[in-house]
Design a protein. Structure first.
Length: 666
């Protein structure tokens, strides 16, 4: 509440103070009823839990446990306290089993794990503690206090109106110089106090900003706005955003949201607090970049999201050739602001030719849009201009590997080139997480060298703990090694850092681990949040298939084809299901792939999957053996793919596993 003003009128003879009318003391309070943590929002009145704005189903016991843990954030809640909260004294249940089950259900709702907790820590045989950061919105809690009126004053005080006598007037005239001296003295004191107040207020604000910055332990770098006025320069602004994220993410003490997820907010003007809540961060870096001839102008500001408060802002004006060093400098400043340290790669300070850097940024732009051939041409252009450009060599390697993994080219046609480029990138900069990841992908998808792939993926994460792509690839490595529960946890880490890049990734990991119920729930939730991702619809379809929900599976399959702009194929798939059920749908897909193979490369793994769904043993084995000869990348999941479970006892299947030197899962 804003206090009523006090008006002071200065005359040569006296001060008159007009005070506001006296009002009684009153206080109004109300308690907040909503808890915010990460991407979650819990309404304590309705018992509704939402993630990314989508409701998460949660039972009453689960809600009560979460409520108690949130309200006692950071404190131990004993098992006995939870028992008293959940079950009456006259209720006879297996308390230990019931509580363990309820807590596990809560962890499932929060995508949490006991082994690597983000929200709920277990104290063995004692109880639980909520370890996440909880925000209770300020607009849900109010307090209004009005001070009591001041004591009454004598009528002869400064504000009195007693009549003056002639003698008093004479004495007053004699005292006018003294009065004016006092006026000047009071004005001087007021000026000093005002200036001092300004300085103190500024110091307090800086202190508060520093304190807020120190609270930032997770950050999202929003897409830098393109101020050049040229839409063709969007790639440059996006590339600058990506590189600042990459450098800043190298600090293990700071969680940095990956590029793909923040790009969802490009040119989307929404409240920063809302964006921060969706991404699960407490810091936002936003700004702009302008490229004007050979000059580069960048502005940036750091915001503490819970209070939507600016804690730092600065602008930079540099030569275009200093773009790489500017990105590193900006990341260093932000890291210092939040109280951590970071460092660029070993070759970040090497002078990169502006033309080469420009070609590299444009190549990455096409890479993120899945145009691998175009991206490779631009990476090669960067190398023609600067042959020792390590990042560009890594881009070439990644474009070749992605072309093989997505089935665009036969592996033998492109993977040797990917390996050569990855080794060159690593040779030029062995401190770059991206170079180690490129090498790990070659070892995994092409060489089938599991130990080397494991080592390189671990090294990539050591250099950049916030590298979502590295967590995703390491999940693939762990699945190949039959360490599927660990693979799920690795995918969860990647999803936390980049929830929009691969919304299907965690669901696929859950399917490989045979957690079909969890996979179905995950894919449903993600489909509600990202309704237009065709790969996510495929995941949802297979989750339904493994749960025996045929109609739902066929509908999701049809929807995925529509999202792939295959309207005729979607109609044909629906008709195939109507006439022959799921088996009719699988038969149609197998024949459709055979038709496409007449004019383009189709991986034998696609044929093996369809044959496996049809439970055709001989045909499936034949396609798997062909995939082995071609070194198809996704042979790595031969044992954890449910479509091939019916083959695990077959000698020919086991022979393939031995030839690949995979640890047997049977």
């Amino acid at each position: 509440m804003t206090a009523a003003p006090i008006t002071i009128t200065i005359t040569p003879l006296h001060f008159q103070v007009d005070r506001p009318a006296a009002r009684p003391l009153r206080m109004k309070t109300s308690l907040t009823r909503t808890a915010l943590f990460g991407p979650y929002e819990l309404d304590l009145r309705s018992g509704e839990l939402r993630k990314f704005g989508t409701r998460v189903k949660m039972g009453e016991q689960t809600f009560q446990i979460l409520r108690v843990l949130l309200e006692t954030q950071g404190e131990l809640v004993t098992r006995e306290e939870l028992r008293a909260k959940l079950w009456a004294n006259d209720t006879f249940v297996d308390f230990d089993h019931g509580l363990n089950s309820a807590v596990q259900r809560l962890r499932d709702c929060l995508s949490d794990s006991a082994g690597n907790p983000r929200w709920i820590a277990t104290l063995p045989r004692r109880g639980y503690r909520f370890i996440g950061k909880v925000e209770w919105p300020e607009n849900g809690r109010s307090c209004e206090i009005v001070a009591p009126p001041p004591e009454s004053e004598d009528t002869n005080s400064l504000g009195g109106a007693a009549p003056s006598t002639p003698r008093q007037e004479t004495e007053a005239k004699k005292g006018q110089p003294a009065v004016w001296s006092r006026v000047v003295w009071f004005a001087a004191v007021a000026l000093v106090l005002l200036l001092g107040g300004v300085l103190i207020a500024k110091w307090i604000q800086q202190t508060r900003n520093t304190a807020r910055a120190k609270l930032i332990r997770s950050i999202a770098v929003l897409p830098l706005e393109n101020l050049s006025g040229d839409p063709a320069q969007e790639y440059f602004a996006d590339g600058m955003t990506d590189e600042v994220i990459t450098i800043l993410a190298k600090n293990p003490a700071l969680q940095v949201i990956s590029r793909t997820s923040v790009m969802q907010y490009k040119k989307v003007h929404r409240p920063l607090r809302e964006i921060a809540r969706e991404l699960g961060v407490d810091g936002i870096l936003e700004g702009s970049v302008g490229r004007f001839g050979n000059r580069l102008r960048v502005t940036a500001q750091l915001i503490f999201a819970p209070t939507d408060t600016h804690v730092w802002a600065e602008s930079f004006d540099r030569d275009l050739g200093d773009a790489a060093s500017l990105q590193n400098e900006l990341a260093q400043i932000i890291a210092k602001q939040v109280g951590v340290t970071t460092s660029g790669s070993g070759t970040r300070d090497r002078k990169i030719k502006p033309e080469a850097h420009d070609a590299y940024l444009l190549g990455r732009y096409y890479w993120f849009n899945f145009e691998y051939q175009k991206s490779r041409e631009l990476f090669q252009k960067a190398l023609d201009l600067q042959p020792d450009y390590a990042a560009a060599w890594g881009g070439v390697a990644d474009s070749y590997t992605a072309s093989a993994a997505t089935g665009v080219f036969p592996p033998e046609a492109v993977m040797p080139k990917a390996e050569a480029a990855a080794r060159k990138s690593l040779e030029l900069d062995d401190q770059a997480a991206e170079a180690h990841l490129s090498m790990a992908a070659v070892y995994l998808f092409y060489r089938w060298d599991w130990q080397a792939a494991d080592k390189e993926s671990i090294r990539s994460l050591e250099l950049n703990p916030n590298f979502a792509d590295a967590h995703h690839l390491r999940a693939f490595v762990l699945s190949a090694l039959n360490r599927n529960d660990e693979s799920v946890q690795e995918e969860k880490k990647g999803m936390d850092l980049d929830p929009f890049a691969r919304p299907w990734a965690l669901g696929c990991a859950l399917i490989r681990a045979r957690h079909f119920d969890a996979a179905l729930e995950e894919s449903r939730l993600r489909s509600d949040v990202v309704p237009y991702d065709p790969f996510l619809r495929i995941l949802l379809s297979f989750a339904y298939i493994y749960k025996g929900m045929d109609k739902e599976a066929a509908k999701a399959w049809e929807r995925s084809l529509v999202l792939f702009n295959e309207k005729e194929a979607a109609d044909a798939a629906r008709q195939a299901f109507d006439h022959g059920g799921l088996m009719g749908l699988f038969e149609w897909d197998l024949n459709w792939n055979k038709q496409k193979a007449a004019s383009q490369y189709i991986s034998p793994m696609d044929f093996a999957n369809d044959s496996g769904l049809l439970k055709r043993k001989e045909e499936t084995l034949r396609y798997l053996e062909q995939a082995y000869r071609e070194r198809a990348p996704f042979m790595i999941h031969i044992q954890c793919n449910p479509n091939f479970d019916f083959l695990h006892a077959e000698p020919r299947f086991r022979a393939l596993v031995r030839k690949m030197d995979l640890p047997p899962a049977f």
